[in-house]
Design a protein around this ligand. Structure first.
Ligand SMILES: Cc1cc2nc3c(=O)[nH]c(=O)nc-3n(C[C@H](O)[C@H](O)[C@H](O)COP(=O)(O)OP(=O)(O)OC[C@H]3O[C@@H](n4cnc5c(N)ncnc54)[C@H](O)[C@@H]3O)c2cc1C
Length: 465
């Protein structure tokens, strides 16, 4: 029987007051009963508009139909055939802007909870033996490919190539693969054990991952080619934080969201049995309005801050963060100071942050981004006492690879240039994800890794002729 409820089947969550002080996952996921109820909302439309909204082309109605038939292994096989990181995507993809935005049910109520169902199926198959029983390794075709960076773009490219029989080696700068999934997105949104399990599953396909390998320092791209890699994919992300260039940014207590989150997530700064120093703050200003800002603010609360402010120069309507993240942050007690912009950070006699001066803003005409632009209101500055300032105003690609590789061109923002086949300006060297687009989303990075894998396969086949 189809479920004609206008609304998504609610998903259980941790109580906001409790979760605001712990790093356990906020959203608990569907039980089998809830998943079956939600799957029954899918109309299985012949035109499948949801699939065209997914950058990796997951066959959504097909996997949901398998759920209604309680064939969960069948659902997993369908999802995994195009998406190597379903437990990740089910949790962090902006489905409301992609697959779910095209769902016919959204025309008169809420879209089918596609992300929640994807997560349900992926979580059921987290066990490696179960995964390996369904997804089989392909025999080697003896062609070697190097992938630089073990984030979603690199992992997807590697997984797709391994499925075609390529011998793929990922070179990852950090001591662990996963990219932003490991160092950026906090444990309470995306448990690290889940990311590592999906990476283990990729290894079962035959992908080799070498960590602590900063390409551009340990080996150059040219040296990788000399070592016999027939093509290289660069998925090195956009990990270089931006600052505002205002007075006081060098004070102790100012840091980028990337640094703050890396210390907490990757270096386990939130655990007492680890020695990673993290700022112990009472009052924190997080500058920015994207997912990164929400993650920084919610992490600061969990690290014990009494007051955490989001300072954003436009109104809440223009905030780029996912609605769900804004909602969760508010529920947990993050205070939103919208239409305000920092103009100066204040310090005490020891060079530590003691406050931030903000100027009030109003909205003017739309700018190049299509959003109404913030216009400063004269003489509206005021002081907000804080001891920590976290800058979450964007990132750009790290210049290391570009500056150590001859023939690799980039645009003014430092993003690598690629053609329609994802090949860079250097023959046989491909790129995708944030390294090409600048900071974007997990699923777009995965889509780019997928397209590049297809192009690399065509390139190798042509070379062989
Ligand atoms: C805090 C935060 C929260 C986010 N939340 C969301 C969200 O909820 N939903 C969403 O869709 N997106 C989110 N994003 C964006 C998303 O995570 C990124 O768009 C995505 O991870 C980009 O994937 P990537 O593979 O291109 O790069 P990355 O994930 O950055 O991975 C690049 C990898 O390359 C490695 N690397 C870099 N240089 C070198 C080198 N020289 N040699 C070897 N390895 C190198 C890095 O260590 C890293 O592991 C968030 C981003 C951040 C920072």
């Amino acid at each position: 029987m189809p479920n004609m409820s206008k609304y998504k089947t609610p998903v259980p969550e941790q109580n906001p007051e409790v979760r605001a002080r712990n790093f356990e996952e906020v959203t608990l996921g569907y039980t089998e009963e809830l998943a079956l109820a939600e799957a029954a909302r899918c109309l299985n439309c012949p035109s499948k508009p949801c699939v065209s909204g997914c950058p990796v082309g997951v066959r959504i109605p097909e996997f949901i139909k398998k759920i209604t038939e309680q064939d969960y292994a069948g659902a997993y096989e369908i999802i995994h055939s195009t998406n190597a990181l379903p437990a990740v995507c089910g949790r962090v993809c902006p489905q409301e802007r992609q697959c779910e935005s095209r769902c016919v049910r959204a025309k008169n109520g809420e879209a089918v909870g596609i992300g929640r169902l994807e997560r349900f199926i992926a979580d059921l198959h987290q066990d490696k033996d179960q995964h390996d029983a369904i997804i089989k390794k392909t025999d080697s075709n003896h062609h070697k490919i190097a992938v630089v960076g073990g984030g979603p773009a690199g992992l997807t490219c590697a997984g797709d190539l391994a499925k075609l029989g390529y011998e793929v080696t990922i070179f990852e700068a950090f001591h662990v693969a996963g990219g932003v999934l490991m160092y950026g997105i906090p444990e309470f949104r995306l448990p690290k054990a889940i990311v590592q399990q999906e990476i283990e599953n990729l290894k079962s396909l035959g992908v080799t991952i070498l960590t602590n390998m900063v390409v551009g320092k340990v080996f150059s791209i040219d040296e990788l080619i000399e070592q016999g890699f027939e093509a290289v994919f660069i998925g090195s992300g956009a990990g270089l934080p931006r600052f505002m260039g205002i007075e006081g940014e060098a004070l102790v207590g100012v840091c980028s969201a990337n640094e703050y989150l890396t210390r907490i997530n990757l270096m386990k700064g939130y655990r007492e049995d680890y020695d990673t120093p993290v700022l112990q703050s009472k009052s924190v200003a997080v500058v920015g309005g994207g997912n990164v800002a929400m993650d920084g603010a919610r992490s600061a609360l969990r690290m014990g801050a009494e007051h955490v402010y989001i300072i954003y120069r436009r109104s809440e309507l223009e905030m780029p963060a996912r609605k769900e993240e804004i909602h969760h942050a508010k529920e947990e007690g993050v205070e939103f100071l919208t239409l305000q912009n920092p103009v100066k950070i204040l310090g005490d006699e020891n060079g530590r942050v003691s406050g931030i001066v903000c100027q009030k803003m109003e909205l003017g005409e739309p700018d190049a981004s299509g959003r109404r632009s913030p216009v400063p209101i004269e003489n509206s500055e005021y002081e907000l006492p804080v001891d920590t300032v976290i800058m979450a105003i964007g990132t750009s690609p790290n210049p290391l690879i570009r500056t150590t590789t001859q023939g690799l061109e980039a645009n003014q923002r430092g993003c690598l240039l690629v053609n329609e086949s994802m090949m860079t300006t250097k023959q046989g060297v491909y790129a995708g994800g944030d390294a090409v687009t600048g900071a974007a989303t997990v699923i777009l990075a995965m889509g780019a890794g997928k397209s590049a894998a297809k192009s690399i396969h065509e390139y190798i086949q042509k070379k062989g002729k």
